[in-house]
Design a protein around this ligand. Structure first.
Ligand code: DGY
Length: 417
């Protein structure tokens, strides 16, 4: 199985970077590539660093590392570079994705990456990336990071933003030439109405010439995603460790401030009605009431008071009790749950990796281990799918998926969990 995992990554290699999956996602994706680099690091350190370098190649002058980098043309994907028109070299999409990269690089340090020239170079770029997040996704310094497009969260059709997305009326004059459904059964993908709204958000941002302040204030979509918020906190903690490792004491106070500020303000995501962290619609000032896998990343960020942590563990155990395999991307007791539809229920291996790390942080070792064992079992039974049905274990979405292979290698090597 480990050889198969490596083979998949090799087949998805397009030179110095790895695509998530042939035809479905034919470019370099930000968080896909970061997780993939960690998997590759377990057997080919040099190649893993090239993966990271190619991500940094796509970094914008303002610090943003884009969601998709179009290093070369491919017409199997929509929306491609001709829609985004980033005006950058290489071309890219104009939004970001969950900032896992600092954590991945810290993990590489713990696995033996000790070249300080390389690391100092990475560190400066990571600081710029974090600064971009703070300045552009929290311009009023509320301590809440927003996503201005569901694609930025990486969890496109999560019910976490149903209200926010449904508030955008479908525009029947738009013709959206989707390509994803040419490759995957449409029951497992977002709906046409979702895509119509996704593209309206993009077109509106283009009208604003990608002015992030204007998009924050007047765009069609602005939600604080607990996923981004918690992943950012963890990334700041790991970037701080890198700073200490490199003696970069010029950055300690900034990093300490980000960790404190975003941890403290995560309280604004606490919903007393359901006793859990949930998403928050910045446009309407409303907390969403449901619980997704992103809520559970509180443990990955290692935040919350004793009582909050107690409630969150109860939710985790309840959710695992109701599904045969864990961890589903959405609460299975909610009506919006759908066991096969992308981010509305299926299990995702990278989320399971972060949850296992999280539950190790909070000393819920049994939960961490159960999630890891389920992940390995799913992959061994079904293959390296994009996601899995939490009731039947069926593999769904793209086949021969790079980050699934990468997480298999990381889990199998007993690293971190
Ligand atoms: C897609 O195209 O489905 C991706 O999730 C966008 O990043």
């Amino acid at each position: 199985m480990e050889n198969k995992a490596k083979k998949i990554i090799e087949n998805n290699n397009r030179g110095d970077f790895t695509i998530p999956c042939d035809t479905l996602y034919p470019f370099q994706w930000n968080w896909d590539s970061a997780f993939c680099a960690l998997g590759i690091y377990t057997y080919d350190k040099e190649r893993a660093l090239h993966e990271i370098d190619m991500l940094f190649n796509g970094q914008w002058e303002n610090g943003m590392i884009p969601q998709i980098i179009f290093h070369r043309n491919d017409n199997t994907y929509f929306p491609g570079p001709e829609i985004w028109k980033s005006n950058t070299t290489p071309p890219s999409s104009c939004i970001s994705q969950p900032p896992v990269l600092s954590t991945i690089i810290w993990y590489m340090i713990t696995l033996g990456l000790h070249d300080k020239t390389i690391l100092n170079n990475y560190f400066d770029k990571l600081m710029l990336y974090h600064k971009w997040y703070v300045e552009n996704r929290d311009p009023y310094n509320k301590g809440l990071l927003s996503v201005i497009h569901p694609w930025e969260s990486g969890r496109d059709n999560s019910p976490d933003w149903d209200e926010a997305i449904d508030a955008i009326p479908v525009d029947n004059t738009l013709n959206i030439p989707r390509k994803d459904n040419d490759h995957i059964n449409e029951d497992q993908r977002p709906t046409n109405d979702d895509y119509n709204r996704y593209m309206q958000i993009v077109y509106k941002c283009k009208e604003f010439d990608w002015d992030n302040k204007k998009i924050y204030d007047e765009g069609l979509f602005n939600v604080c995603d607990p996923g981004i918020q918690f992943i950012f906190i963890k990334a700041c903690k790991d970037l701080y460790k890198i700073a200490v490792y490199l003696n970069r004491d010029d950055t300690y106070s900034t990093l300490e401030y980000w960790i404190r500020h975003y941890s403290y303000n995560s309280n604004k995501l606490w919903n007393n009605n359901v006793n859990a962290y949930s998403s928050f619609n910045i446009k309407t000032n409303k907390l969403h009431g449901c619980i997704s896998c992103a809520s559970m990343l509180y443990a990955y960020a290692d935040i919350g008071n004793v009582e909050q942590r107690k409630y969150m563990i109860q939710h985790s155990k309840r959710i695992l009790f109701y599904t045969k395999y864990g961890f589903p991307s959405y609460d299975p007791l909610q009506t919006r749950f759908n066991q096969k539809k992308y981010w509305r229920g299926p299990i995702w291996c990278i989320i399971n990796f972060m949850l296992s790390i999280g539950f190790i942080n909070t000393r819920e070792i049994e939960l961490a281990k159960k999630i890891k064992d389920n992940t390995l079992q799913l992959i061994e039974n079904q293959g390296f799918y994009e996601y899995f049905d939490p009731y039947t274990g069926d593999g769904c979405g793209g086949k021969n998926f790079s980050w699934t292979a990468a997480i298999y290698l990381v889990f199998k090597n007993g690293m971190f969990v």
